[in-house]
Design a protein. Structure first.
Lengths: 70, 384
């Protein structure tokens, strides 16, 4: 269903970037209808994933000490 | 009238003082008679030894005073004084036995010029950074709009870290905060900050915040060290400097990709507000729906216009596409308030793809397909 270069659904930045790209292409006048449908399908899926990701966000804090023992 | 010379006493080991005795005694007399004091003068013949100690003289028109400032005392200063600089020196007048020399052991050195040694050191380092092009505005990198991982280089127990975590947690909890603890003042701070900045290369972070809460000029001085500034400039990812003071700009501020007045402001610069992102998503959803609707509308128009010669070629394809459009009608509906995306719905269609809307269309034993949110399910009504 998703193309091979699909970004990690947890990666919101990539989701948003791809969504913007989809919407821009969908708004371009020369788009093939078949392609438009595919883009729409993908867009809906990404929108869902992005909203889910936002809903479940909880800040993680990690301490890195490795640089001190060089 | 000189006193009579006692030749016997002078020539005997008991009667003569050793050199050490004289210098030791002179030192005791000088130190007892001259308590630690401030001396004003002009620096002359300055020399910094490998050992870290500084040797120079203070002079005025008529006299000069040899001075030493040991490494443990001069380490606190941002830079050595320059030749001819007017300074105040606080120290203990003493006698240096080894050389039989009267001198001042300096504990503190202040320039009488505006800003003094601090300004001198700052300007020197700034000039060196400018020479290497590190202050060019064109070097500044943009900050990532949706950071995944944010590195924070600061004291692990400072208020700065707490502030940053609070702000990121509120605005963009999607991110992970990677803390690289480093001393931000005192001996070792320079090394630790440089090491932390260098290790950004090995961590998959999108942006880094380096800073501390407010403090005195001396406390903040580590952020004016040329080495630290160079480490900021060499960072693998964009750096936001957040040295908690609004008035003085540090060297780190000058080379950083973004300068924030406080750690909280740095956290805000590093993150989008999740409310804004939610609004942007809604907007994208609306554009998505509108985009498809417009495109489908145009396909219909095109068909009407070219019907005569295109019917054969297009009708089969359009039939297929209109099936999919029908299936997506539900999606479009779901998108309009957007809040109910993913809610369950189904469309039943017969083998030709026509939508089955009425009971009468479901003959007993009829095979049909049920379109649900993520695909199609083959189905059949009960035989009579």
């Amino acid at each position: 269903m998703t193309p091979p270069a699909a970004p990690d659904p947890q990666d919101l930045a990539a989701q948003l970037e791809r969504l913007e790209q989809i919407v821009r292409r969908l708004e371009a006048p020369e788009l093939d209808l078949d392609e438009a449908l595919k883009l729409f399908e993908e867009g809906v899926e990404r929108l869902r994933a992005a909203r889910e990701r936002l809903a479940q966000a909880e800040l993680k804090v990690k301490k890195v000490l490795e640089h001190l023992d060089r | 009238m000189g006193r009579p010379l006692d030749l016997f006493a002078a020539a005997s080991p008991e009667g003569a003082w050793t050199v050490s005795q004289v210098t030791r005694r002179a030192r005791a007399v000088v130190e007892a008679g001259l308590p630690p004091l401030w001396v004003r003068g002009e620096v002359s013949g300055f020399k910094a030894w490998q050992s870290g100690h500084w040797y120079f003289a203070l002079r005025d028109k008529a006299a000069q005073l040899r001075c030493v400032m040991f490494g443990r005392d001069n380490r606190r200063l941002p830079a050595p004084p320059s030749e001819g600089m007017q300074v105040f020196a606080f120290g203990q007048p003493t006698v240096w036995d080894e050389k039989g020399e009267f001198r001042l052991t300096v504990y503190e050195l202040l320039s009488t010029e505006e800003g003094g040694l601090w300004k001198l050191a700052f300007e020197k380092a700034k000039a060196a950074l400018a020479r290497d092009g590190l202050l060019e505005p064109g070097r500044k990198r943009g900050l990532p709009p949706y950071p995944r991982r944010i590195a924070v280089i600061t004291s692990p127990d400072g208020a700065a870290l707490k502030d940053i975590i609070a702000v990121v947690g509120r605005r963009w909890p999607i991110a992970e905060v990677v803390v690289l603890p480093a001393q931000v003042q005192g001996a070792g701070a320079e090394d630790e900050l440089c090491a932390a900045l260098a290790s950004l290369r090995r961590l998959a972070v999108d942006v880094a915040i380096v800073g501390r809460g407010g403090g005195s000029k001396e406390d903040l001085w580590t952020f004016n060290r040329e080495r630290v500034a160079r480490a900021v400039a060499a960072s693998a990812v964009p750096v936001i400097s957040a040295v908690g003071h609004e008035t003085d700009v540090t060297l780190c501020d000058l080379v950083a990709d973004w300068r924030a007045p406080t750690p909280s402001a740095a956290a805000e610069a590093a993150t989008p507000d999740q409310a804004d992102v939610r609004a942007a998503l809604e907007q994208l959803g609306r554009r998505l729906a509108r985009g498809l609707t417009t495109r489908a509308q145009r396909a219909g128009d095109l068909l009407a216009r070219s019907q005569d010669h295109l019917v054969g070629a297009l009708s089969r394809r359009l039939e297929r596409l209109s099936d999919r459009l029908a299936a997506h009608g539900a999606h479009l509906d779901a998108l309009s308030p957007l809040k109910i995306l993913g809610r369950g719905y189904a469309v039943a269609r017969d083998v030709r793809g026509d939508v089955l809307r009425r009971v009468a269309q479901f003959a007993p034993g009829l095979a049909f397909r049920l379109r649900v949110s993520d695909g199609e399910v083959p189905a059949r009504t009960e035989p009579s």
